[in-house]
Design a protein around this ligand. Structure first.
Ligand code: SAH
Length: 214
């Protein structure tokens, strides 16, 4: 057993103990090498259960939160999934193992370019990316079976809910302060949405508009 397998195995065991029990989610997370997505100086922490800084003052999420959100999304192999906040591309790579297609939107072009390079390196070919304001969703590709927002929305994600298929699921942190509520919305037959609060989380905010970069 090499070092990667050993560390990955320990993290997966920890996630299972914490309540991420869906075998498909655990298998996807074990298959994606998180070390590819973290900055070189944090390589030794790549398989620890913690969020880490990435460029543009953003973060790659804590593996437990990635597991929890992915599990809550109940992704199926025929699903088209929209992710808002590509960041490092890690969550996107995990989703790509579970879904038919993943559409991912990021407001920093430089982060998006790096994420695309990593996905290419891992030979992931079912992810379609876009530079822009994910708060607006991706109307041209809507509706989606599943939507995951990996930045904190200041209020209910009404624009994104409009782009969800009937019966679809959307997971999104909602709140204006440093701690937000992770909400799960499920589309109902009458067109309304049920809302369930899963846990408190700390995400960087969802910021309006594409980022202006030097
Ligand atoms: N899913 C990422 C975590 C990203 S952190 C990963 O696995 O690494 C949140 C990301 O959301 C940041 O990269 C940030 O730039 C992006 N973001 C914030 N507001 C956004 C918006 N309106 N549209 C698109 N991306 C946004």
């Amino acid at each position: 057993m090499n070092l990667h397998d050993d560390r990955a195995g320990r993290l997966i065991l920890h996630l299972r103990q914490q309540g991420v029990t869906d075998p498909r989610v655990l298998a996807a997370m074990e298959a994606i090498d998180r070390a590819v997505f973290v900055h070189e100086r944090f390589l030794d922490q790549a398989w620890e259960d913690q969020a880490l800084p990435i460029d543009c003052a953003q973060t790659i999420s804590q593996p437990f939160i990635v597991g929890l959100m992915t599990q809550a999304l109940e992704v199926g192999p025929r699903h088209r999934v929209l992710e808002i906040g590509t960041g490092s591309g890690y969550q996107c790579a995990v989703l790509s193992r579970l879904a038919r297609y993943v559409y991912s939107v990021e407001r920093y072009r430089s982060l998006l370019t790096e994420a695309e390079d990593r996905l290419k390196l891992l030979q992931i070919d079912n992810v379609i990316t876009r530079h822009g304001d994910g708060g607006l969703g991706w109307p041209e590709q809507a509706p989606f079976d599943r939507i995951m927002v990996t930045a904190a929305a200041p209020h209910e994600p009404t624009e994104l809910l409009k782009q969800l298929k009937p019966g679809g699921i959307l997971v999104c942190p909602v709140g204006r302060t440093s701690v937000q509520m992770l909400n799960r919305y499920v589309g109902q037959p009458d067109g309304s949405f049920s809302r369930e609060s899963l846990t408190e989380v700390r995400f960087v905010p969802l910021v309006e508009g594409a980022a202006k970069e030097a």
